[in-house]
Design a protein around this ligand. Structure first.
Ligand SMILES: CC(C)(O)[C@@H](O)C(=O)O
Length: 572
């Protein structure tokens, strides 16, 4: 920002690592953290009257949280991803060597429980999965959302794929700072970039990569903040045209680092643009269009292995399918990239909460042909719509990944490999004290799902009762607050802080006035711009005075040192 002529102030938000919060009570807070992050960014930027922002994020919920804040604030913003981890490497007892990610550890737990893996190997995998810093390495939620940000034009072209430890990240950080000052000069705000076309571009890239189902939830939330009309039907429409090209984990063989080696996200964007599947005229944070950025980069064609060519896709439709049917009248989301079978028919085994299903798996009572239904994990009933990675990982590790289907009103991890469909809202799910799923489902009923034709049904005419004998309302706190506005998984996709999602009236927010108002493109503003930098001198004087008051005279000096330090870092 210094280099661009602006003056940066730094602040942090909370963040939750999903790898740590997975599989226990902590996961109730994960999705909630997304909205807390968006709220906290809005709060600081609004309170301090900042002109724009470079929004940095690493793990799953902080990425959409930041993008939601950008959309809500409608100031100049550039999103910058912290990059993903490199895969780990492990040598198992029998001499097998393989690359591993976090997901291998969750699956190893299931394998160990079933006696398919020794405790020694489980321990080796657990120690190998995190060889350094960065978000989870496969095309899980963090990398999916980083690709979303790049495809949407909210981050610099080529910035999503380089790993966390890669020094190119320093270059992207510097350029992001310069870019936001330039956006401010030109009066370009986040909502001018986050248009319907930008969302469609993001969905197209998710479909081509076979990204995380969480992208559906998060994109709906970001669109809601941007006041862009986006529905599940949009995902259906784009998925029907865009083929699945990425042989990427969890279902494929490669990780984000491999995508980086073959040219990163621009490779898939260029392939889609050439095929007429991307809006080339959408504006981006470079101030140029998607097509102009791609022309500058001139990325190579897909390599045919990590990313297939459009005429030789892995699947002819996108990696995510929206299901409808008696089980999910409002829609359910399934990662069809992981389904080999056209139809899955099985017998419902209904569990209240993930723990009960994990216990049944450990007992060996979940078997081939079962449809594990986990209920009371929804946004309100859960609360917090927990991710089910512990159970999907354990099912896969137990060797049941292809023969057992999992349905839940909770969420799925971007890393799950078992057959699973979730984020659904069966009929009557809002009734009674437990507005979770599966009041429509009873153990023993036959469930059928067919991702290829987008439906999931129950054959049973019997509906379950309200159930939920063990359901308790959440106690006041962050989770409880989130239940006050989330009604269904579809609506939970929208920010809890925007009451409109529940049909309650929410006054239209007034657009915040940027502090350095008048940096637009008109002649007078241009003239002013040439005489001033985006942060006013008055602000700078005020900040210096505050720094002196808080930390003594040396603090103001330190501020000056930092400013002067920036160009030196560039030369080193
Ligand atoms: C822990 C993971 C793999 O990050 C997961 O939460 C996801 O959704 O990607």
């Amino acid at each position: 920002m210094h280099a661009g002529g602006g003056y940066p102030l730094e602040f942090g938000t909370i963040s939750v690592s999903d790898g740590i919060s997975m599989g226990h009570e902590g996961m109730h807070f994960s999705l909630v953290s997304r909205d807390v992050i968006a709220d906290s960014v809005e709060t600081v930027i609004s309170a301090e009257r900042l002109d724009g922002s470079v929004l940095l994020a690493g793990c799953d919920k902080s990425l959409p949280g930041m993008l939601m804040a950008a959309a809500r604030l409608e100031l100049s913003s550039v999103f910058l991803y912290a990059g993903s981890i490199m895969p780990g490497w492990v040598k198992l007892e029998d001499g097998t060597e393989k690359d591993v990610t976090l997901i291998d550890a969750f699956e190893a737990v299931g394998a160990c429980q079933r006696g398919l893996m020794s405790k020694g190997d489980l321990d080796r995998i657990e120690r190998a999965i995190c060889p350094g810093e960065g978000a989870c390495g496969g095309m899980y939620t963090a990398n999916t959302m980083a690709s979303v940000a790049e495809a949407m034009g909210m981050s610099l072209p080529g910035s999503a794929a380089p790993p966390s430890a890669d020094r190119r990240r320093d270059m992207f950080a510097r350029k992001s700072g310069e870019a936001v000052v330039e956006l401010l000069r030109r009066g370009i705000t986040a909502r001018q970039i986050m248009t319907k076309e930008a969302f469609e571009n993001a969905i197209a890239v998710v479909m081509a990569f076979g990204g995380s189902t969480n992208a559906v939830l998060h994109l709906l939330a970001i669109a809601h903040e941007a006041e862009v009309e986006l529905t599940l039907a949009d995902f259906d429409r784009v998925a029907s045209r865009v083929p699945h090209l990425g042989d990427l984990k969890p279902f494929g063989r490669y990780v984000m680092n491999d995508v980086d080696r073959i040219g990163g996200v621009p490779v898939v964007m260029k392939a889609l643009l050439d095929a007429g599947l991307l809006h080339g005229d959408a504006l981006t944070v470079t101030g140029r269009t998607v097509a102009e950025n791609l022309a500058d980069i001139d990325p190579p064609d897909p390599d045919g292995k990590i990313l297939r060519a459009l005429d030789n896709p892995i699947h002819h439709t996108g990696g995510i399918t929206i299901l409808h049917g008696s089980l999910a009248p409002e829609g359910a989301v399934v990662k069809s990239a992981g389904f080999d079978e056209d139809v899955f028919t099985g017998t419902a085994r209904v569990f209240e909460r993930e723990r009960a299903a994990l216990d049944a798996l450990e007992d060996g009572t979940i078997t081939d042909g079962d449809v594990v239904v986990i209920r009371y994990e929804g946004p309100k009933g859960g609360p917090g719509m927990r991710e089910m990675l512990a159970i999907t990982g354990a099912i896969k590790g137990a060797g049941l990944g292809k023969t057992v289907l999992l349905l839940t009103d909770g969420r799925f991890s971007g890393g799950r490999r078992a057959c699973a469909s979730g984020t659904w809202r069966p009929r009557r799910s809002m009734a009674g004290p437990s507005p979770s799923c599966a009041t429509a489902t009873r153990s023993g009923s036959t469930l059928r799902t067919r991702p290829s034709t987008s439906w999931c049904r129950t054959r049973s005419s019997r509906r379950g009762g309200p159930g939920g004998s063990r359901w308790r309302p959440s106690t006041p706190g962050a989770c409880w607050r989130s239940t006050q506005s989330s009604c269904s998984p579809r609506r939970a996709a929208r920010s809890s802080s925007r009451r409109r999602s529940c049909g309650r009236r929410c006054p239209r927010r007034r657009r915040p006035q940027p502090f350095s108002k008048g940096l637009g493109l008109d002649a007078a503003a241009e003239e002013r711009r040439s005489r001033t930098v985006p942060v006013t001198q008055a602000t700078r004087r005020l900040l210096a005075a505050v720094a002196v008051a808080l930390r003594g005279p040396s603090a103001a000096g330190r501020g000056r040192e930092r400013r002067n330090f920036a160009p030196e870092r560039r030369s080193s």
